[in-house]
Ligand binder design. Structure first.
Ligand SMILES: [Fe+2]
Ligand SMILES: [Fe+2]
Length: 279
């Protein structure tokens, strides 16, 4: 554990710099982070023959839960009406991760680790984007620390995946399919229900598409092209594809279109440009 909640300078909090849309996104993110124990149980079960990796997932869980606690504490500071623990209960009462059955839902252990790489790519770019979008100093600090953790998580799952790839020999196209399907799952219930649990009035009725839109328009709007390009390169790397050159440029543009559509922003002039070749 590289840091704890005690390392955060909470007294630097500046209420005048809290953006209400960012606050709502932070509340939803805190729910998902805090719920890491379910994934650890699942990963422990499917990697039952790998005690070393199981121990890594235990450490990973503690860090993810701390992300939730840091974001939840900040949200309570920013909104005295918000109750982090109560919102977490509302989330876990209504949402269970769809990971039943034996073996990985990704078809192979390599596939499972690719899916984890995609999640950590998503979180490291999300917290980088959030850090760069807010001027509130405590939130900037928290997001910077979390983004660093998420990048290390990516490296952990990536390194583990390399070892399994040697045994399972999953071709690149299959790895790409896992990656794309995991990216598309960001439109499933998890984030949408987290948004609902953290932000909807007590008597509200959950609706996936409106919650997905409410979350997406606020969260994906925070991304700048550099965050998207970096995330795309991480995804390609996880699939064993070279992110440099034309593939990286084309994939970044496709990803930018996807982010823009989730954010419901017009496709901007800010579309990532090819990186000029050195002369
Ligand atoms: Fe996290
Ligand atoms: Fe993570």
């Amino acid at each position: 554990m590289g840091w704890t909640l005690e390392d955060i300078a909470w007294d630097r909090f500046d209420a005048t710099r809290v953006d209400p849309d960012i606050l709502a996104v932070v509340k939803a993110a805190a729910m998902v982070e805090r719920n890491a124990a379910d994934y650890t149980r699942y990963l422990r079960a499917i990697f039952q023959d790998d005690p070393q990796f199981q121990a890594e997932t235990d450490r990973w869980q503690i860090e993810e839960e701390q992300h939730g606690d840091a974001l939840g504490t900040w949200a309570e500071l920013a909104d005295s009406g918000f109750n982090y623990q109560a919102a977490c209960r509302r989330f876990t009462d209504g949402y269970k991760i769809p990971l039943d059955g034996d073996g990985s839902v990704r078809g192979s252990l390599t596939g499972e680790l690719i899916a984890r790489c995609i999640v950590e790519t998503g979180t490291s770019s999300f917290y980088s984007a959030l850090r760069d979008a807010t001027t509130e100093p405590v939130l900037r600090d928290i997001c910077h620390r979390i983004a660093g953790d998420e990048f290390r998580h990516f490296k952990l799952f990536y390194a583990t995946m390399q070892a399994y790839l040697k045994r399972e020999n999953i071709p690149a196209w299959k790895r790409l399919l896992v990656a794309v399907s995991r990216i598309r799952e960001s439109e499933d219930d998890e984030l949408a229900y987290a948004w609902f649990a953290a932000n909807a009035p007590a008597d509200a009725v959950y609706n996936r598409s409106s919650a997905t839109a409410a979350y997406g328009t606020r969260a994906y709007r925070l991304y700048q092209p550099t965050h998207v390009t970096r995330a795309t390169h991480m995804v390609l790397k996880a699939c064993g594809l070279n992110p440099q050159g034309l593939l990286g440029t084309v994939a970044s543009r496709i990803m930018w279109r996807y982010i823009a559509s989730r954010a419901r922003i017009p496709l901007a002039e800010t579309m990532p440009q090819p990186i000029p070749r050195a002369a």
